[in-house]
Structures are given as structure tokens and as C-alpha cells.
Design a protein around this ligand. Structure first.
Ligand code: ATP
Ligand code: MG
Length: 579
């Protein structure tokens, strides 16, 4: 990773990335009937933020150029794969807003064909079975400075090789005792061309093909041939596969494809304080460091969904990051910026007090008795006598029509502990013994008359009065500075609110050998908060802006009206601005 880029090109320019430019030329030259791309995950874990970039690119360009994008599971390694991963990957792609062409494909669906092609290569003299030990094979491949040496099996006859390969298929060899290799060039400067393995023995059932096979094609053999078979026109992958391209080209040419796919490589998405590797993320799950693949702190799509990130925000982020061949590390705050932007006009507002401080309004009954005659015209409310509750009607969003909500105002309230300071710091604009008046959002002006301390000197309760003439009005002759949020103590609902920091304190957690050392011990804080009824009553998975606090989502698994649980999505603002 070379530079830490906080500068990002404008969205419009990015549609001119090098891949789109190539496709644009191919389209205008009418090189293909239709553009066909694919997203080819291996089902060995859940998808993560890095995959989002690949998904947005592959599905995005197909759509933009009137083509199609396949979803293909590159499932050539049955030991690490399972159906659960397949189901979740499909779910994640759909959630991001993309549709694949027809049914999902599987490399395993082509195993018969792959086998036939392997036989074809043997017949052409382009592949041979090697019975050397894995150590011998590794050693004879040579190194960067040293050419490889030929296997003693390299020049065996076609008949001999056909028989050995058939024996491999029939289970006559244990794992590691025989492999099929492409016969290319043991002196190639590219190690991938030094007679790479194309089939191996694995006595292992497969999640799609069951016990049918005990030999499996290697990823490098299956991948280009699956692409070719599906008529992929532009095979887009990350830069680490650049060195594999000569072998891919060799394979499709030897098999005889006339218009094989072209592979183009782009740089991986790297984001600071995050990790994009299924294998490493699986370790966090397996060791219960997180609550699962969908822990809201995880950079998996499932985790980000549960966290409340939006598909729109993730797509916007990918557009801003763009597609290049330059390795860089994207500032995490750009992701938060995109998410925040997608929430501004789409989430209802509500009040939640995260660290409650009790306030008793000593003149409540008396002040509220005159509410109807004193309120401003802009205030809409009703009084419930039995419950001694003034229900205030407010729009769910200040300038987007989302309907209305009723907010209960009662004798006992909660405000946030941070909104009252005995010894306020300079510039403090909220309540203190010196500045005792403030506007309670959507209702009256409140004046604190007394604070009550515990033995340790902490404020545990405030006594206050409200000014009856200020329901929607400014007090006569004065301007009250500051507005704070609040929640009724008797009608509000206790809620668990989960506040998040980065899961990793290390800037590049992947570079830390022991992942435990890279973790942020403060990544999760659970608060016992109080929320207004409209928030508690929301369905699971509803996003809100908690006024003055940030964006939150009712947890998709654990939230209920009786026991509300919210996850912090992102803070309200940040000084960070994308360039
Ligand atoms: P992992 O190491 O997390 O398993 P992978 O590359 O092995 O990642 P695949 O399931 O093989 O995972 O990936 C499917 C596609 O997603 C590939 O085309 C791959 O290039 C792409 N991809 C994976 N990680 C990133 C990333 N960080 N940025 C962009 N594309 C990525
Ligand atoms: Mg992988």
C-alpha cells in the first residue's frame, strides 16, 4: 500500500475509470453482442467491504452498458466452503441492490466439463500426472532467482498419463500422492507458468456435488475456464491476479476458445482501521471476539447491514473511491460520510436520552393547565388528564413528509447528563448553575431551580420549573439560548443503545501478526438509555436520527417494543470533508 489517499476524485469523473473506458471502446467497436461480467466469490465466508467494491463494479458496468452480470460461486475447495455462505452471499448481493442474470452459477456445475478438458490437455501433450511428493514438487519449482527443474514424470506418454489421471479420479491415490500439472515452462520467469497444478486429489464430499468427485480442479484452472464457458467478455479482478493472467490465457487458448474473456485488474479496496479478508474475519467469529459474522462492528456486508449502513451509502462510497490500478488506503471517514449523507433525508427524527439525568418539573400541573390558551399557533397537542400527559404532535422529519408522531411531555423527564454541568467549561451553552434556562425541544422553556447531589458529588436530579407562556413562544423580552432534547420518564421507554468505535485500533490491522493486539477494547459500549415511544414502537431494522446524538437503527435481531435495542450507525457530523 503506497499512499494514504484522502483526496478522491469527483463522482462524475470516476465514471471514466480505465475499465469503463475500455468497455466503452469495445462497445463502440461492436466487439461483443453484449457485455457480460461476473462476480465470482468463493463461498468460504461472508462478503466484506472489499467485495462491495467488486460487486458495484461488476454489476454496475453490466447495467451501464446494457449487459448482464453473473453470480458465480468459485467453489473448488470443498473443505472451506458451505451452503450457509452461499445463501448469505446471495442475500448480500441482493441487499446491495443488484440482480444477477438467471440462476447463480457454480464452478462445481462445470466439473464434468473441467474433467473432459483436463483429459483433452493430456491428449494434446499439455498436461501430465506427477507422482512426486509435494515437497519434491515445491523444491523443483525453483525460486525467483533459480529456474525450476523438470519432474521425472514430465515426459511420460499420453497413454500413461491418461491411465494415471483416471486412477486419480477413481480414488486410487491418497491426497498428495498424485496431481495433474499443466506442461508449460519450468524456466519461465513467472512462477505461475512453471507447470502449475490443475487437478488435485481430495477425498472430501462437496456441498454441491456430494461424493461424486475425489479430484478437484485448482482455482487457477477452473476460474478462467468458467469465465470462458459463461461467455464473460470482461473478467474484472484485483491486482494480485495479474501474474496469473498468462496461465489463464494459456489455458483458454489450449482448450480452444475463439473469443476468450479479457481479464483486467484493478486495485483492491483498503480502508484504514478495517480488515478485508474472509479468512481473518472468520478468526474473529470463531474465537467469539465478535458476536458473529453480522456483528455490527464487522466490515462484512451482514455486519454493516445490521449496523444500519444503507445500500445507497455503500454504493455512493464505491463511486467516490473509484476504480484505478493504484494501491491506496481509503480514509474510513469517507465511508461514514457516504452513509451519513444517505440518511439525512431518509430517516425520521426522534428523541433519545443516552445518559439520563432526572428532572422534576415542580410547577407541571399548574403550568400545563393553561397550555391551550398559551400555546403558539404552530403547536399542536392534546392533554390526557388521567395520565397527566401533554401529547405534542410533531412531524417525523423537518422538511421531508414522513407523517407525524406524538411526543409525551410529563412532570418527570430525563435530559442528558452532559446537558447540565456544575462547573461548565468555557463556551458551554447548555445548563449550569449560572445559566439555568434552556428550551426543551418542541415544548417549553425550562428553568433549573436546584440540583441534587449524591455522596460522591454527582448530580443525580434537577428540580425545575417551566414557563407556561413559552409553549412554542419565546419568553417575553428575552431570547433563551440553546435547545436540548429530553424524554418523558413515565411514558418514555428504557432502551439499550449500543455505541460503536472502530473494531480495530490499529490503522492497518492486517499487518499486526496477532489480531488480538490490533483490537480496540472500546469498540462497543452499551448504554441504558430512554427513548420516546415512537422510537420504541418502530419495527426492527428502522433507521432514525436521534436528535443531537446521531443516526441509529433498531436492531434487526433483538429489538422489540418492550425491550428496544438500537445500534449507532454513524455520528451526526464530522469535520471530515471528501475532496
Ligand atoms: P478474501 O481474501 O477475503 O477471501 P478473495 O479475493 O479471496 O477475498 P473471493 O471470494 O475470491 O475473495 O472474491 C470475489 C471477488 O471479490 C474477486 O473478484 C476479488 O478480486 C474481489 N475482492 C475481494 N476482496 C476485494 C477487495 N478488498 N477489493 C476489491 N475487490 C475485492
Ligand atoms: Mg480467497
Amino acid at each position: 500500500m503506497s499512499e494514504h489517499s484522502s483526496n478522491h476524485a469527483q463522482k462524475d469523473e470516476q465514471k471514466n475509470d480505465f475499465i469503463r473506458n475500455i468497455i466503452r471502446e469495445d462497445v463502440s467497436a461492436q466487439k461483443y453482442q453484449q457485455i457480460v461480467t461476473r462476480f465470482p466469490p468463493e463461498p468460504n465466508g461472508y462478503l466484506h467491504l472489499g467485495h462491495v467494491k467488486s460487486i458495484c463494479l461488476n454489476f454496475g458496468v453490466a447495467k451501464e452498458f446494457g449487459g448482464v452480470c453473473n453470480l458465480r460461486f468459485d467453489d473448488t475447495n470443498p473443505t472451506a466452503e458451505k451452503q450457509d455462505y452461499i445463501d448469505n452471499i446471495k442475500n448480500d448481493v441482493k441487499w446491495l441492490g443488484f440482480e444477477w442474470a438467471g440462476e447463480a452459477h457454480h464452478a462445481s456445475g462445470y466439473f464434468d466439463q473441467m474433467y473432459a478438458w483436463a483429459v483433452q490437455l493430456i491428449e494434446q501433450g499439455d498436461a501430465y500426472v506427477d507422482l512426486q511428493s509435494p515437497e519434491q514438487i515445491k523444491e523443483s519449482r525453483g525460486s525467483f532467482n533459480e529456474t525450476g527443474t523438470a519432474s521425472p514424470y514430465r515426459d511420460a506418454s499420453v497413454e500413461e498419463n491418461l491411465k494415471l489421471f483416471n486412477d486419480m479420479k477413481d480414488g486410487k491415490y491418497a491426497e498428495g500422492k498424485a496431481i495433474l500439472r499443466a506442461k508449460i515452462d519450468m524456466a519461465s520467469p513467472n512462477m505461475n507458468m512453471r507447470d502449475p497444478v490443475i487437478y488435485r486429489v481430495m477425498h472430501q464430499a462437496h456441498h454441491q456435488t456430494g461424493d461424486k468427485w475425489c479430484i478437484y480442479p485448482m482455482y487457477d484452472f477452473a476460474h478462467p475456464l468458467s469465465d470462458a464457458l459463461e461467455g464473460i467478455t470482461h473478467s474484472l479482478c484485483t491486482l494480485e491476479f495479474e501474474d496469473h493472467r498468462p496461465f489463464y490465457d494459456w489455458a483458454v487458448e489450449k482448450i480452444g476458445f475463439e473469443q476468450p474473456p479479457h481479464q483486467y485488474e484493478f486495485s483492491r479496496l483498503n480502508v484504514d482501521h478495517t480488515m478485508t479478508s474472509k479468512r481473518k474475519l472468520k478468526q474473529l467469529v470463531d474465537e467469539n471476539i465478535v458476536s458473529g459474522w453480522d456483528d455490527p462492528r464487522m466490515p462484512t456486508i451482514a455486519g454493516m447491514r445490521r449496523r444500519g449502513y444503507t445500500p445507497e451509502g455503500l454504493r455512493d462510497f464505491c463511486e467516490r473511491v473509484g476504480v484505478t490500478k493504484v494501491d491506496s488506503v481509503v480514509d474510513f471517514r469517507l465511508l461514514e460520510f457516504s452513509i451519513r449523507q444517505s440518511l439525512e433525508t431518509t430517516t425520521a427524527r426522534g428523541m433519545a436520552v443516552l445518559k439520563p439525568l432526572k428532572v422534576t418539573i415542580t410547577n407541571f400541573a399548574e403550568a400545563v393547565s393553561s397550555w391551550e390558551s398559551q400555546k403558539a399557533d404552530s403547536v399542536s397537542a392534546r392533554f390526557d388528564d388521567a395520565a397527566q400527559t401533554l401529547w405534542l404532535t410533531q412531524p417525523k422529519h423537518p422538511n421531508v413528509d414522513m407523517g407525524e408522531r406524538e411526543i409525551p411531555f410529563t412532570e418527570t423527564l430525563y435530559i442528558d447528563q452532559g446537558d447540565y454541568e456544575i462547573e461548565p467549561p468555557a463556551g458551554y451553552k447548555r445548563l449550569s448553575p449560572e445559566k439555568n434556562e434552556i428550551r426543551l425541544r418542541n415544548t417549553y422553556v425550562l428553568a433549573v431551580t436546584e440540583h441534587i447531589l449524591d455522596d460522591a458529588g454527582n448530580v443525580i436530579e434537577l428540580k425545575a420549573t417551566i414557563d407556561p407562556a413559552t409553549l412554542g413562544n419565546n419568553p417575553e423580552g428575552r431570547k433563551v439560548k440553546g435547545v436540548i432534547h429530553w424524554v418523558s420518564a413515565s411514558q418514555g421507554v428504557p432502551a439499550t443503545v449500543r455505541m460503536y468505535e472502530q473494531l480495530f485500533s490499529a490503522e492497518d490491522p492486517s499487518s499486526v501478526a496477532d489480531v488480538h493486539q490490533a483490537l480496540n477494547p472500546n469498540s462497543l459500549t452499551e448504554l441504558e438509555a430512554v427513548v420516546e415511544p415512537s422510537l420504541a414502537n418502530a419495527e426492527a431494522g428502522t433507521r432514525f436520527q436521534f436528535e443531537r446524538e446521531g443516526y441509529f437503527i433498531s436492531d434487526s435481531e433483538e429489538h422489540s417494543g418492550d425491550k428496544p435495542v438500537f445500534n449507532q450507525i454513524v455520528s451526526l457530523r464530522d469535520s471530515y470533508k471528501p475532496a
